[in-house]
Design a protein around this ligand. Structure first.
Ligand code: NAP
Length: 276
């Protein structure tokens, strides 16, 4: 059974080096996928209040034989719940749906700069962490300026920032800032949402050299850059393959070849995206 090693975070906690994405799977699909994924070695599950599948994650984790302290559940605050009291109340709802005493990772899903309430939410997150209800707090889709502002106004940097990243959008600048401030980069759409990256001729060539799949090459590229991908697959065999990337290594040359993409975002731009 493949397993991912852990990396240490800036708050002293730790994070598996690869996890399972769940959006846009519905509640029932998520329960099935997470149940099987935990059985086959996944120890990090990514969800969010806005995905409508926290219940499925909660049922799968509760029914699993894997000890609770070996599973990390990452969930996110949605836009309509920004604000101090709103965040505390929304967290309780997520915790109830997840059936958990504590949540491993609680993230602000989007910064929503026009609303400008993420500092209030961040203060609530700090309280949730200090009260022991959340192990590590983080953000998603935050820019360098927004990370700097969080630290300036609260003195607390996130342990993780979950951002879009794949070989077609390698996020060099933001990753450099994360490295400087010891913020873990969690990567969503790590396979480029299945949009052709796995058919890239260069990636296929590297895959042949190592007798692995193109998706495994891309996920190994993430691991060697020190980032934590959360690929999603509805297919059990692909899920198992996606986790099985800790038994081979890419050369420096192969890493540059895989990352030689077109630097094109496929998801929303966090400077303007409004998600409620
Ligand atoms: P992704 O994981 O890059 O790609 C998923 C697509 O790749 C699916 O169509 C899947 O198809 C295919 N795939 C998976 N494994 C494969 C393999 N081994 N070979 C070939 N194709 C494969 O994209 P994503 O779902 O956008 O991102 C992953 C997770 O990130 C989400 O599920 C969610 O948890 C999170 N996310 C977070 C945010 C945020 O704002 N924080 C935004 C977007 C996503 P099959 O199902 O058919 O295998």
């Amino acid at each position: 059974m493949a397993t991912a090693p852990h990396r240490i975070l800036n708050d002293g906690g730790s994070l598996p080096a690869l996890g399972l994405g769940t959006a846009p799977m519905d509640d029932a699909q998520t329960e099935r996928a997470v149940t099987e994924a935990l059985r086959t070695g996944y120890r990090l599950v990514d969800t969010g209040a806005s995905y409508g599948n926290e219940g499925g994650v909660g049922r799968a984790v509760a029914a699993s034989d894997v000890p609770r302290d070996e599973v990390a559940v990452m969930t996110k605050l949605r836009g309509r719940d920004h604000g101090y009291e709103e965040t505390l109340a929304a967290f309780e709802e997520s915790r109830r749906r997840l059936r958990l005493e504590y949540v491993d990772f609680y993230l602000i899903h989007w910064p929503l700069p026009r609303l400008d309430r993420y500092i209030e939410s961040w203060k609530a997150m700090i309280r949730l962490r200090d009260d022991g209800l959340v192990r590590s707090i983080g953000v998603s889709n935050f820019t360098a300026d927004q990370l700097t502002r969080l630290e300036r106004e609260t003195g607390v940097l996130p342990a993780v920032n979950q951002i879009e990243m794949h070989p077609g959008f390698p996020q060099d600048k933001l990753r450099a800032l994360h490295a400087e401030r010891d913020i873990a980069t969690v990567c969503y759409s790590p396979l480029g949402r299945g949009n052709g990256l796995v058919n890239d001729r260069g990636v296929i060539g590297v895959a042949r050299t190592h007798s692995v799949t193109p998706a495994q090459v891309i996920l190994r590229w993430h691991v060697q850059l020190g980032t934590v991908p959360v690929p999603r697959s509805g297919n059990p065999q692909r899920r198992r393959d996606n986790l099985d990337v800790f038994g081979f290594a890419l050369t420096e040359e192969e890493i540059s070849l895989v990352g030689d993409g077109c630097h094109q975002r496929i998801g929303h731009d966090p400077e303007v995206h409004e998600e409620f």
